[in-house]
Design a protein around this ligand. Structure first.
Ligand code: FMN
Length: 350
């Protein structure tokens, strides 16, 4: 793999490929990241992790920073906080765990985070951003990066000011989700703004927001000139997007095989509770499979691994015997997909 030329560098860190799984709380854990890396995601962003929890040594927080050697040297630990001292101290503490990059979340819109001045809340205080990055870039040896939104609201779209401040104060890459904090997931991601950021700085820029299909990848690249494309919701239940394959091009066999492999990886990593944690992935793997509504309902309530396998195997047998009326790809209702993701995001971040 490394015989290839890097697509871009994050200071000295080579990145081989231009598609990247987005950090997603509750999703971009070690098992899912490994699958996405295997399918072509070029970097490994952890779920966002609270600096306060890191400094307290809270086990669940530190566990979010687990990584596999195969993810090196593109392991990105993402942290969030509003307090400058805590951000610097937490970055120094986790640097010892061996990440290749440390990323500061400046995009989380959920009020419990942004309302306290963390996540997208940082966008309201550009001078603080300058101080944080000036200190961070000296306090740790690894490159420091940021993932931003376009601003707090429509009246304060200060992404260009923030991008320049980040670059001037030592940030080595900026990932841009083309929405303001106020928008949450509403409206359409503004790719023009991402293009402006790309024009304004010399460090690499990753474009993010509303990339749902392989065609969208080419579109956002052409539109923005970004160095990499970050994919979030559309990668859940669909790591094939990193192979530049749309879901309707993936066979039912392949979906079932990966569904089972992903479940096993969750069980290996989390123990028996992995089954419960896997439900939200299972639902997304199901989208697009023919006549799957009943199976989906059963899978999200089933609490035994053998029953889970039995249900999936029975479905697959019926599919192979042609007992499912029509195996044609059924388009996932877009509304349903988006609503589901937003429910989850409301609990988490962005
Ligand atoms: C369930 C969920 C959890 C998320 N958690 C994070 C997070 O921990 N850190 C972060 O920077 N962004 C987080 N995001 C935002 C995504 O990284 C991404 O910016 C956003 O979903 C837009 O990209 P998309 O249109 O490809 O989904 C989250 C999004 C979702 C849907």
């Amino acid at each position: 793999m490394n015989a290839r030329q890097p697509s871009f560098y994050v200071r000295n860190v080579p990145v081989y490929g231009d598609l990247i799984l987005a950090p997603m709380d509750g999703f971009s854990d070690l098992p899912f990241r490994l699958i996405c890396r295997e399918y072509g995601s070029a970097m490994s962003y952890t779920e966002f992790t609270s600096c306060d929890a890191i400094l307290r040594g809270a086990r669940p927080a530190l566990r979010q920073l687990d990584y596999h050697p195969a993810e090196k040297p593109q392991v990105v630990f993402q942290i969030f906080d509003s307090d400058e001292d805590r951000i610097v101290a937490a970055a120094q503490k986790i640097e010892r765990l061996g990440p290749d990059i440390i990323d500061l979340n400046m995009g989380c819109w959920v009020s419990s985070v942004s309302g306290r001045g963390a996540g997208a809340g940082l966008l309201r205080d550009p001078q603080k951003v300058a101080r944080i990055f000036s200190r961070l870039s000296k306090a740790v040896k690894v490159p420091v990066t940021a993932k931003i939104r376009l601003g707090w609201d429509a009246r304060s779209r200060n992404y260009l000011e923030i991008a320049r401040i980040l670059e001037d104060n030592g940030a080595a890459l900026i990932a841009v989700h083309g929405r303001t904090r106020d928008q949450g997931y509403k409206g359409v991601a503004d790719w023009d703004a991402i293009a402006e950021v790309k024009q304004a700085v010399r460090i690499p820029v990753i474009g993010n927001g509303d990339v749902k299909t392989v065609a969208d990848i080419a579109r956002i690249k052409a539109h923005t000139g970004c160095d990499g494309v970050m994919i979030g919701r559309a990668a859940i239940g669909n790591p094939w997007i990193f192979q530049r394959k749309d879901r309707h091009e993936v066979s039912v066999e392949d979906v079932i095989a990966l569904l089972k492999r992903h479940l096993q990886a969750m069980l290996d990593y989390y123990g028996a509770y992995g089954l419960v944690l896997f439900r939200k992935h299972a639902v997304k793997y199901m989208y697009g499979l023919p006549h799957v509504a009943a199976l989906r309902a059963q899978l999200v309530t089933c609490d035994s691994v053998s029953e889970f396998h039995d249900l999936v195997d029975a479905f697959y047998e019926r599919y192979k015997r042609g007992q499912l009326p029509d195996a044609a790809y059924l388009e996932e209702p877009a509304e349903e997909a988006i609503e589901w993701s937003c429910d989850r995001a409301a609990l988490a971040c962005a």
